[in-house]
Ligand binder design. Structure first.
Ligand code: GLY
Length: 355
């Protein structure tokens, strides 16, 4: 049971939801909405209700699950529902779900009537260690992730590992990729601890350490002017691979699987950048290849992947910008690399895949 301070709000860790009812009572909200998708309505809402004990004063807003539904059409539907409920500016939205729910719920809340309060209760490992913390909200445009969004801080975040009990292994592994990233960019000891642990039994202490690392970074640079870009390690190539896979593959990679690919490719670029040591890249590569499913980045996809990277939000002056490792546990940002280096990194990945 711990609480982390984060730029004017608190992240409650394994506290139960009593502090949330205190917030609701002290702020005297006109209405309280709980935003869920069909899956969290089934698997997480009963746990949420049980944790709230006798508090029942909320209306439910339910959406379809999945990243493909994190778009403006669904936002319009939710805004209209809020209007139908005659929601005013003094209402509260509680986002109960994974990254799609906290990203889209936060976006809807931060724009409805120019902004209403919201609380995040992340229910997947991925959203607990990443999406729900740090105030980024957003939706996708044409499958390109988080192209429209806001920086808007929640009133509070509640992280309860109880919600992870029913999470499929593939989902756990997806969130675990972000935890590995936290070790790689900020804490070598933590990386090695994760390496000797089993993702299927991910500990509350490890989740807390990830949230702490992310919170330290976003508290120092909430609007991603500089340091926060290190949280994008593995994401420039990873997001491109994820988008390509979503459009083209029969069984698309999920976020963590794509970021694992990105972390290997961007590890290669870190070596090219004369910072990461070859043996560190080998350690990271063999660890990630051992954990995540095999994937081939087809040569015919290279140009399309580069095009996706051209729309990355970190780019400046039309140049693709990377966050690259100085060593395991330390990361630099605003690194420029050539197109040829990017293509070499994709080929490097494929050589590992074929090995
Ligand atoms: N997911 C990266 C960030 O919140 O900045």
């Amino acid at each position: 049971m711990k609480t982390l301070d984060s730029a004017g709000h608190s992240i409650y860790f394994e506290t139960g939801l009593a502090p949330m009812t205190d917030i609701i009572n002290s702020e005297k909200y006109s209405k309280v909405f709980v935003f869920v998708d069909r899956n969290t309505a089934e698997s997480c809402l009963p746990i949420f209700q049980e944790m709230l004990e006798d508090y029942t004063g909320f209306d439910l807003i339910e959406t379809d699950p999945g990243e493909e539904n994190k778009n403006i059409d669904f936002c319009i539907g939710i805004w209209k529902t809020l209007l139908d409920f005659e929601a005013d500016r003094k209402c509260l939205m509680i986002n109960l779900g994974g990254g799609v729910i906290t990203d889209m719920g936060g976006f809807v809340a931060s724009t409805y009537k120019r902004g209403i309060d919201f609380i995040n209760i992340p229910t997947t490992l991925l959203s607990q260690v990443d999406a729900s913390v740090g105030g980024k909200t957003g939706i996708d445009i044409d499958n390109v992730k988080n192209m429209v969004g806001t920086f808007s801080l929640p009133q509070a975040v509640f992280i309860e590992t109880l919600f992870l009990k029913s999470l499929p292994e593939r989902e756990l592994l997806s969130g675990f990729a972000e935890m590995i990233k936290h070790g790689l960019i900020a804490d070598a000891n933590y990386f090695h601890q994760l390496k000797s642990s089993n993702y299927k039994e991910v500990s509350a202490e490890a989740i807390y350490r990830s949230v702490e690392i992310k919170n330290e970074v976003v508290t120092e640079d909430p609007y991603e002017r500089g340091l926060r870009k290190i949280l994008n390690y593995g994401h420039t190539i990873g997001h491109a691979v994820e988008t390509y896979s979503l459009i083209n593959d029969k069984r698309p990679l999920n976020h963590g699987e794509a970021i694992a690919v990105g972390m290997i490719c961007e590890g290669f670029l870190s070596v090219k950048n004369n910072t990461l040591k070859e043996e560190e890249l080998a350690e990271v590569t063999s660890y990630l290849l051992g954990l995540y499913p095999k994937y081939e980045i087809k040569t015919k996809s290279h140009e399309e992947l580069i095009q996706f990277m051209q729309s990355d939000k970190k780019n400046e002056d039309g140049q693709i910008m990377f966050s690259l490792l100085n060593s395991i546990g330390s990361c630099a940002y605003n690194c420029r690399v050539t197109k040829q280096d990017i293509l070499d990194s994709l080929n490097h990945f494929n050589k590992q895949f074929k090995a």
